[in-house]
Design a binder for this molecule. Structure first.
Ligand code: ZN
Length: 216
């Protein structure tokens, strides 16, 4: 994130082709340290911004100049002013800067937070690749107290890799997966199915309700 004139520029999502090359090499057993670092750094910037935006959405904006937290009340005309460095912006302009850019952590917030915490601790390229792999195979978990089983809605990759939801989903399915990455990939596919299962059950429930109503 950085200031650009009157607005804020957020770190972009990482282009698919970079990840594709990374995984093709990885599947062949090639450790391309430079590429791993480049991708890891881009994800780090993107995930850090996701954490900042998610916090802002619950009322705590981080001053882009000095990092001081400024509390606000979601009034678009409200001027948020930093007590430390006097930076200021209305909530309306701030909100517009991140709106519809897949920058809200939602049900995958923890996954982005873990990545930001874990990456600096990685000692070598192999460990960085493990952390990247875990991140791109995360999914948004639906936070709903009425659910009896875990339900995952969409891939976390949508927030950090370029493309629309279905494109990113297809991209992940088609990714070259080496033996070391198979477990995370399989786990992600299983999580994807929880949403389909949930939707199907809901459909059945609705149909059953309709039928019983017709009988009345
Ligand atoms: Zn400040």
């Amino acid at each position: 994130m950085h200031l650009e004139g009157e607005t804020i520029k957020w770190s972009p999502r990482v282009p698919q082709h970079k990840i594709r090359v990374l995984y093709e090499k990885d599947a062949q057993g090639i450790i391309d340290e430079e590429l791993i670092d480049e991708v890891a750094f881009s994800f780090f910037a993107r995930c850090s911004d996701i954490l900042i935006v998610t916090e802002a959405s619950v009322g705590r904006v981080k001053c882009p100049k000095c990092g001081t937290i400024i509390k606000h009340k979601w009034d678009k005309k409200e001027l948020m002013r930093c007590k430390n460095c006097s930076w200021g912006m209305t909530w309306g302009i701030y909100f517009k800067s991140y709106q519809r850019k897949q920058l809200h952590g939602g049900g995958a917030f923890k996954a982005f937070e873990i990545f930001v915490n874990e990456l600096p601790k990685a000692r070598n390229a192999r460990e960085k690749m493990l952390i990247i792999d875990r991140l791109i195979h995360e999914a948004h978990q639906w936070d709903n107290p009425n659910l009896t089983e875990e339900v995952f809605t969409r891939p976390a990759a949508v927030n950090i890799i370029s493309g629309k939801l279905n494109q990113v989903r297809k991209f992940l399915i088609d990714l070259s997966i080496g033996p070391e990455r198979k477990d995370n990939h399989d786990k992600w596919k299983e999580r994807e199915l929880t949403w389909e299962k949930y939707s199907e059950n809901k459909k059945k429930e609705l149909e059953a309700a309709k039928k019983s109503k017709m009988k009345e």
